[in-house]
Design a protein around this ligand. Structure first.
Ligand SMILES: NC(=O)c1ccc[n+]([C@@H]2O[C@H](COP(=O)([O-])OP(=O)(O)OC[C@H]3O[C@@H](n4cnc5c(N)ncnc54)[C@H](OP(=O)(O)O)[C@@H]3O)[C@@H](O)[C@H]2O)c1
Length: 358
């Protein structure tokens, strides 16, 4: 570990997103994990014990880095962990506001939860999309008396949509977006999660608050930064969200209308040239957005792991009746791009820009 490596706590370390954080942080060149934090249910146990269900079965869904953390003792989220310089929070949404505020008084918090997403003084930052919104963090620090800050990630379904629409909105100005999602079961978390009896051989046509979250978040993310405020994008958004029997990776069917006619060549160029802002960060994928010609791609099983789960895959790009209206399909990894690895990429960029210190 180098002298410039930052000590981090992962709050919500036992959950699905927390496990992905640990997988991605094992042997990370900028960050090392010194504290695993979860609820009182897990506190005081080794990480391995905390991950076992009532039958003693280990419920680990990350990669082969588990042994790096197995013997660490899990800390209760009610206890403040000092001596960390950065917090990754992926705690249950209901308790996140209090926990994240407590840490942000001292250190930066990068969060996958919704607690701060809709606050006026809080940007919803996505690497390569709206990093200029980071300036709003100064207002958050001033108004809340934070030495650190809380920067939330968007909902995991908003993420791929915003990543693909950002370069299109910047160049061609969007007037309408309609999106139907087919969302993986891991998006519902580990406890209680989605019961196998409910989802196998089935599609569930409702995910609580999901459509409203995406509609609100997308307009904020693609809004204009005015220094201490963000002016929401003015286009119309409508979403329909479905839970499908896929373990990881969200598929989205997107219909977009522009204020002007646009050619397929220009859309492809805009999508494939996105992603340059974080190209010097260690986690940055080779391709930020991959655009397929093959009409059978993207497929969630084949494409969710592209770029270590950080690449958004796009295909089936075609006109929808006129050169103003286009449609496409995207695949994005919900627990990697949409949670842990996306948050870590953002942290790498914040580090390079001087927002984090050892
Ligand atoms: N899963 C995804 O694809 C995804 C993607 C983007 C964002 N998110 C967001 O990330 C957060 C975590 O999601 P997840 O899927 O990882 O959920 P999860 O698997 O259910 O994990 C929840 C985590 O929160 C902890 N927790 C629960 N109640 C707590 C309490 N009262 N005090 C302290 N800690 C508590 C749990 O600890 P115990 O194990 O000790 O109970 C566990 O570590 C949620 O806000 C979710 O919306 C998830």
């Amino acid at each position: 570990m180098s002298d410039s490596s930052i000590a981090v706590a992962v709050i919500g370390a036992t959950g699905i997103a927390g496990q992905q954080f640990l997988s991605a942080l094992s042997k990370h060149p900028m960050f090392h994990v010194t504290a695993l934090v979860a609820s009182s249910r897990s506190a005081g146990k080794t990480y391995e014990e905390a991950l076992c269900n009532d039958d003693g079965q280990l419920c680990w869904y990350g990669d082969d880095s588990f042994t790096d953390f197995a013997d660490m003792i899990v800390v209760d989220a009610k206890t403040y962990v000092p001596d960390v310089s950065l917090v990754f929070s992926c705690v249950d949404g209901a308790v996140a506001m209090e926990i994240e505020s407590r840490y942000a008084r001292h250190v930066p918090v990068i969060s996958t939860t919704s607690a701060f997403r809709y606050e006026d003084d809080t940007p919803l930052l996505i690497p390569n999309v709206n990093l200029s919104h980071a300036a709003l963090l100064k207002r958050q620090q001033e108004t809340r008396g934070f030495k650190g800050f809380v920067v939330p990630q968007p909902n995991c379904t908003t993420l791929g949509l915003a990543i693909t629409l950002a370069p299109l909105h910047e160049q061609f100005k969007i007037s309408h977006v309609t999106m139907t999602s087919m969302q993986a079961v891991s998006g519902a978390g580990r406890t209680p999660g989605v019961s196998s009896l409910d989802i196998l051989d089935n599609i569930i046509p409702y995910i609580v608050n999901e459509e409203q979250k995406i509609e609100t978040e997308l307009k904020k993310i693609l809004g204009i930064s005015k220094g201490t405020t963000i002016q929401d994008a003015s286009f119309f958004v409508s979403c329909a969200c479905y839970r499908v029997p896929v373990i990881d990776g969200h598929t989205e069917s997107v219909f977009v209308e522009f204020e002007q006619d646009v050619s397929e060549k220009n859309i492809r160029e805009a999508l494939t040239s996105a992603g340059t802002m974080t190209q010097d960060c260690p986690s940055s994928p080779m391709e930020w957005i991959t655009v397929f010609d093959d009409p059978y791609r993207p497929q969630v099983r084949l494409d969710r792991e592209r770029g270590n789960g950080l690449t958004t895959s796009v295909g089936r790009l075609r006109q929808d009746g006129s050169a103003r209206r286009w449609k496409y399909t995207l695949v994005s990894h919900n627990t990697k791009a949409g949670a842990a690895r996306g948050a870590i990429l953002l942290a790498e960029w914040l580090y390079q820009e001087g927002w984090l210190s050892v």
